[in-house]
Design a protein around this ligand. Sequence first.
Ligand code: B12
Length: 216
Amino acid sequence: MEPSTLFTAVVDGDTDLVLEEVRSMVASGVRPEAILQEHLLPAMEEVGRLYDEGDYFVPELMISSEAMKGAMEQLDPLLKAGGVQKLGRVVIGTVSGDMHDIGKNLVAAMLEGNGFDVTDLGVDVAPKRFVETARALLDAAPENAPVLILLSALLTTTMPQMKTVVELVAASGLKEKVRVLIGGAPVTQGYADSIGADGYSDSAYSAVKLARGFFA
Ligand code: B12
């Protein structure tokens, strides 16, 4: 099948064309879920594949993610009005003492672009804010459990904050409903295992796959 103009525009990161296409599809009566499922999500999957294979680099990922974010901003109110469930709720941030946010923003944009409901707490986030935010989301709609907490750290000196968050989640009695995923350049699977985190991945694209797995 020929890829749609919208699909190609997302892969090319052409935000103007993406917005124009989404607008005209909505105007001609295409269901917002179909726009998401049949064009936008496959396009982001293609972007992830190109990145995995080394054809795309971080700038291309960012540009496509931005285009996708623009499309989601247009579709969001329509999807909500239609009662379409988002894929799952995610709280993301860079841990306390750490100001690096390029990777975190990329992961957040990819998740948002792939249909997750993302709460981005920014950088230098205190451990208890992650847990309080997750708890507030659970209280607001307990039937939509679980909530995923995603932690980013780029400094070896701030990585131990991740352990603090994992411990706080356990101490708050939320372990059944909250999962903690970690990432960032110095973080490894071994480190994730050693602190009892529920998952680790080394790229924004694989973070999406990992998150999908938790909500499957
Ligand atoms: C850009 C940068 C900065 C910028 C940050 C700007 C910003 N807004 O983010 C600035 C200049 C501010 C900065 C400051 C500092 N930096 Co700096 N910085 C970097 C640099 C060059 C690139 C990081 C980056 O953005 N990479 C690109 C992104 C896309 O990659 P990423 O973050 O790894 O994210 C990917 C994955 O890891 C993953 N991922 C990321 N987060 C998450 C989370 C989850 C849940 C998952 C699943 C996946 C995931 O997905 C992303 C996309 O694929 C790195 C070097 C490097 N190569 O890493 C140093 C580096 C991280 N910095 C370093 C240092 C030391 C500092 C400073 C202390 C320097 C100083 N003396 O002031 C300060 C600290 C400030 C602070 N308190 O945080 C060191 C850390 C050393 C160490 N072992 O701890 C590094 C490694 C440089 C070096 N070789 O010395 N830095």
